[in-house]
Design a binder for this molecule. Structure first.
Ligand code: CP
Length: 308
């Protein structure tokens, strides 16, 4: 049984295997209607619980569709409507759900909740986002980059903005997939030091450059995300905007990257805040491929978790 809790705690070869498997599965069903089942029905007779303690569009729909394409069934559960939201412990919830379902995906707040779920569940647990990380997103991002530009190893990836949970997983991805990483943003919103140290320990560059134009110089991929994450207080909005305005990804900033540099955003985006519509809708943007690839990448993650 394999849990998929984070990029940096998952074996490198397993991560590469999942990306390759995702690509094969995507190619095998190209052009077919969305609900057409995959030929081998790997999740036939399997039940998957999808627990959401935070809002979601992509994670909810892509996991649900992915399970259906693989021949399984889903239960989409809102944390607030479960006893979990009314005092039942995470450990008891994990033990009970393990009697009903074959796989649990959870989107939650604290990383400790995810860890406890994995500790007490007797079925695999997948991290569908915590305040600290978002590993499924990075699997989709690697798949997307490689579809467009070939191997990501050795490339320069730049994150501009808030060093949030998606950023932390991207830094873990740098270490595991072998690309160099540069963060540009204000010091108060730096990504966590442990993630940078992890990447460096794997032999890649993981650096901070305060000047966004310098940071983006020679970039193969530029990435950003919303300036206020789901777990951040809305009261922080104005301060965040003031701090981050200089790190907006716009055409002037992209002009410092390589001419064929891709632009990614995990979405949802706040158009013309962290990124301009011109960049989002421009020729180098792959944001909707990235969103689609959540589906294919997570199907591979689920198969790996279940050893299928
Ligand atoms: N990128 C992402 O996780 O999107 P959702 O919040 O819509 O699931």
């Amino acid at each position: 049984m394999n849990h998929f809790l984070d990029i940096h705690t998952t074996d490198k070869a397993a991560l590469r295997g999942m990306i390759d498997n995702a690509r094969q599965m995507k190619e095998a069903r190209a052009g077919q209607p969305k609900a057409t089942p995959d030929q081998d029905h790997p999740l036939k007779n399997r039940m998957v619980a999808l627990i959401f303690e935070k809002p979601s569009t992509r994670t909810r729909v892509s996991f649900d569709l992915g399970v259906r394409q693989m021949g399984g069934q889903t239960m989409v559960l809102s944390g607030k409507e479960m006893q979990l939201g009314h005092g039942e412990t995470i450990a008891d919830t994990a033990r009970v759900l393990s009697r009903y379902v074959d796989l649990i995906m959870i989107r939650t707040f604290e990383e400790a909740t995810l860890q406890e779920m994995a500790e007490y569940a007797s079925v695999p647990v997948i991290n569908g986002l915590t305040n600290r990380t978002h590993p499924c997103q990075i699997m989709a991002d690697v798949l997307t980059y490689e579809e467009h530009r070939g191997p990501i190893a050795g490339r320069k990836v730049v994150w501009s903005g808030d060093g949030n949970n998606v950023c932390a997983s991207l830094i873990h991805g740098a270490g595991q997939f072998g690309f160099d990483f540069t963060f540009t943003g204000p010091q108060t919103l730096d990504p966590e030091r442990e993630a940078l140290e992890f990447a460096r320990a794997q032999g890649v560059q993981a650096v901070i450059e305060r000047d966004p134009a310098k940071a983006v110089e020679g970039a193969d991929l530029v990435v950003t995300d919303t300036w206020v994450s789901m777990h951040d207080p809305q009261s922080a909005r104005e301060r965040r905007h003031n701090q981050l305005r200089g790190y907006q990804v716009n055409e002037a900033l992209m002009a410092h990257a390589k001419p064929d540099a891709l632009f990614m955003h995990c979405l949802p985006a706040h158009r013309d805040d962290e990124v301009t519509s011109a960049v989002m809708d421009g020729p180098n943007s792959v944001i909707f491929d990235e969103a689609e690839n959540r589906l294919h990448a997570q199907k591979a993650v689920m198969r790996w978790c279940l050893g299928l």
